[in-house]
Design a protein around this ligand. Structure first.
Ligand code: NAD
Length: 374
């Protein structure tokens, strides 16, 4: 089977879909042909020579039977995908209707990494988790960097410094990694999530679970995700959070509900209530932000609080983000191979069926279908 890797074209994207170590595993004697576009690995610090050393070749990144990408293809790139070719990448199927439609029209069989079912068997392909791990780690570093205070407690000849206090809102994969990182840096951390199941996970990382009386039992919905709160519940959450947030030095917010805009958790009054010099790192900036004052892609100072709204954080750590992503891609691609080593898509496999967005000229993924017809 021939697998090709284009150089990512979207502005600021530094990751690459296959790193040399993973290319080598795919190429191994009796394995696949891997073609990498010249410079594809450069921003993740993998020059062309590292790929050719593994037995991969440098050539047309769109020439494979399977094309592995990180971000969604541009319309020009879709034009380079042959009919019946297989595309794998973060395709944003619920929010990027134009791309989904263009892929269907071009006869491309596309698989979205974010649509891979989150079942145990597919954990090794779960790119949402691998990239959220990077984002959560990075978010804590940004908070530490922006804060004019130490994270750890320090006892020095010039006096004792109290540790910073950090509040993490939303304790999914990114939030838990943000908690772990802030703890490693010595901060005192508390965290809140609407899913009751995460209390234990938060506590096992040495953080305190913030108890807010929202008057709800548990907000866990299908697939382990949070359900959207009612307007009344959200209003109560915002009021209670405003009080708790006023006491901490840094807030890292990661709350998300799949396919919906990020829930608004931190209103302007809550920001006003924060101590001067506090920091908010809003990981939900990409889907509108958890904070009312977040400007996606910008760092702003409002009411003497620094509010950071980073976009595509995983790309800011391209080496390890690419390494983890490439492994996710390898594990998915290996599901597409017949015993003889050729391309064989078994749509009875729930992972392939769940991740497939377009096929035979049609949009086949339920959520993507709704987005396209909306
Ligand atoms: P996500 O990015 O969709 O959301 C981040 C967090 O925000 C979640 O923990 C969610 O509960 C929380 N949230 C939503 N609304 C909120 C609100 N109003 N206030 C506070 N918090 C709010 O989530 P994710 O990190 O992608 O993971 C979500 C779930 O998926 C978890 O249960 C996780 O264990 C599960 N998961 C399963 C697998 C697997 O089995 N392969 C892999 C990864 C994650």
């Amino acid at each position: 089977m021939k697998i090709s890797v284009p150089k990512e074209s979207s502005a600021g994207e530094q990751r690459v879909a296959l790193v040399p170590e993973v290319a080598q595993r795919l190429v191994q004697p009796g394995g696949h042909e891997v073609v990498v576009e010249s410079g594809a690995g450069e921003t993740a610090h993998h020059p062309d020579a590292e790929y050719t050393d593994t037995g991969a070749t440098i050539g047309d990144g769109f020439s494979g039977e399977v094309i592995a990408k990180v971000g969604p293809p541009s319309s020009e790139e879709i034009g380079r995908l042959g009919q019946g070719s297989v595309l794998v990448g973060f395709l944003q199927p619920l929010t990027n209707a134009d791309t989904v439609k263009a892929l269907a029209d071009a006869g491309v069989t596309s698989f979205a990494m974010e649509a891979i079912p989150r079942i145990s068997r597919a954990q090794s392909m779960d790119a949402l988790s691998s990239q959220a791990t990077v984002a959560g780690y990075r978010a804590s570093l940004i908070a530490a960097q922006e804060l004019g205070r130490f994270f750890p407690m320090l006892t020095t000849a010039a006096g004792t410094v109290r540790p910073a206090t950090v509040m993490v809102l939303g304790a999914g994969v990114a939030g838990l990694q943000a908690i772990a990182t802030a703890r490693r840096l010595g901060a005192v951390v508390q965290a809140f999530d609407v899913r009751a199941a995460v209390k234990e996970q938060i506590e096992s990382l040495g953080a305190r679970f913030l108890e807010l009386d929202l008057g709800l039992e548990d907000a866990e919905a299908a697939g382990g995700y949070a359900r959207q709160l009612t307007e009344e519940e959200q209003q109560r959450q915002r009021e209670l959070l405003a009080e708790a947030i006023g006491k901490v030095d840094a807030v890292i917010s990661t709350a998300a509900v799949p396919g919906r805009p990020a829930p608004l958790l931190v209103i302007e009054d809550a920001v006003k209530n924060m101590k001067p010099g506090s920091v908010i790192v809003d990981l939900a900036a990409e889907t509108g932000g958890n904070c009312e004052l977040t400007q996606p892609g910008e760092t702003v100072v409002e009411h003497d609080v620094t509010i950071v709204g980073p976009l595509n954080l995983p790309s800011s750590m391209p080496d390890h983000a690419s390494q983890l992503y490439a492994k996710n891609v390898q594990n998915l691609v290996e599901l597409m191979v017949s015993e003889e080593g050729g391309l064989a898509l078994d749509f009875d496999d729930e992972v392939l069926a769940g991740a497939c967005i377009t096929r035979d000229g049609e949009v086949v993924h339920e959520g993507a279908k709704q987005a396209v017809t909306a």
